[in-house]
Design a binder for this molecule. Structure first.
Ligand code: HEC
Ligand SMILES: [Cu+2]
Length: 354
């Protein structure tokens, strides 16, 4: 028979635990979106329940003993010093409990570390205080910074408190989110440029320290399109709270469009910063024919002349410029220039002809 006290104890404990076990929003981990996050979630629940069972067993026994066997009802203390059986039991039982928790936990950790055969590799670099992303083998790079207006953060706008409350993703929004395709294995390579940061997206079950001078990796595969939010999870300076992470998961077709668009932007940025100098190449080489429109060469900036050529698409123009086309000589005659430089010059010419 359960004593009256034990029943009171259980009656108090069960409602206190129900929200966490039932996964009520706000008390539990975020809804898992990847296999790993699911495994972590289930481990969390399992170990939490084991802890609860131990708690109930230990405190139940203790409370029962204290009340039932108290001195005032005339109970005399039992002596079991150097009782081998008891000592063996209280060594073996915790051992079994620990092994029972370690086996599933180790399986999950091994799965978390299995970054083999990714479909896409993205490098995330932590900076004080933003994230830089490089899509390796794709030539796409950008920085991702906090998009919440500074005035709102520093409470300089009138009625700031209300406006902050209306800002659904206050401090969890960025100018350029990381975009990934759904259903694909994404390998994240994580490092840092200055101090230690950590790339953390709770719904993916991913939390990886970003350490300067070291490269660590992790992976995830999201199945549902959507926007997932995370934060830097390593105290990294005064604006540690202002370098959130936003991951946009798109259908593969939409992702391909996005990637193509980014490639163009990245090439344009590289050109603007001088590393791919389309204008420089044009001024040195292509200008000879294209400035005035020599021998049927489409004139620089002449929209009517460029319109039908642009219609062919950039890839065709690259090929013609690289390999020659009718009176257009191979690489405009500058055969020693790398392909990328010629392509940059084509971009420069076609941008002017748009
Ligand atoms: C010796 C003169 C000459 C030079 C130098 C030259 N081009 Fe041309 N280019 C032409 C002529 C002529 C055409 C027109 C070919 C045609 O369609 O008949 C042309 C056409 C092109 C076209 C359009 C191809 C098409 O499919 O319509 C591109 C793009 C182009 N040139 C890029 C360049 C670039 C980039 C350079 C510098 C690296 C360059 N050209 C240097 C003569 C030149
Ligand atoms: Cu940080």
């Amino acid at each position: 028979m359960i004593s009256k006290w034990a029943r009171y104890f259980l009656a108090a404990l069960i409602p206190a635990l129900t929200p966490a076990v039932a996964g009520a929003e706000g008390y539990n981990l975020q809804a898992p979106q990847t296999i790993i996050a699911h495994e972590i979630y289930d481990l969390h629940t399992l170990i939490f329940l084991i802890c609860c069972a131990i708690f109930v067993a230990v405190f139940g026994t203790m409370t029962y003993s204290i009340i039932k066997h108290r001195k005032s009802v005339g109970h005399k203390a039992e002596q079991f010093h150097e009782n081998t059986l008891v000592e063996i039991i209280w060594t073996i039982v915790p051992f079994i409990i620990l092994i029972g928790m370690a086996i599933p936990a180790t399986k999950t950790i091994l799965a978390m570390k299995d970054t083999s055969n990714p479909d896409l590799t993205i490098k995330a670099t932590g900076y004080q205080w933003k994230w830089g992303y490089d899509y390796l083998h794709e030539g796409v790079s950008f920085y991702s910074s906090l998009a919440t207006p500074r005035d709102l953060v520093e409470d300089k706008t009138p009625d700031g408190a209300r406006k902050r409350a209306e800002h659904a993703n206050y401090l969890l929004e960025v100018d350029h989110p990381v975009v990934v395709p759904i259903g694909k294995k994404i390998r994240m390579i994580v490092t840092a440029n200055d101090v230690i940061h950590a790339w953390w997206v709770p719904a993916f079950g991913v939390k990886q320290d970003a350490i300067p001078g070291f490269v660590r990796d992790t992976w995830f595969r999201v199945d549902k399109p959507g926007t997932y939010r995370g934060q830097c999870a390593e105290l990294c300076g005064k604006e540690h709270g202002f370098m959130p992470i936003v991951v946009e998961a798109l259908e593969p077709e939409k992702f391909a469009l996005w990637l193509a668009e980014q490639k163009k932007l990245t090439a344009a940025n590289a050109m603007a910063s001088g590393s791919l100098d389309g204008k420089g190449v044009y001024d040195k080489i292509c200008v000879a024919c294209h400035a005035a429109g020599v021998a049927g060469a489409p004139k620089f900036g002449d929209k009517a002349a460029w319109a039908p050529r642009l219609k062919q698409g950039q890839e065709v123009l690259y090929t013609h410029a690289l390999h020659g086309f009718k009176a257009m000589p191979l690489k405009g005659g500058a055969t020693d220039l790398p392909d990328e430089q010629i392509k940059a010059a084509v971009d420069y010419l076609s941008a002017a002809g748009k």
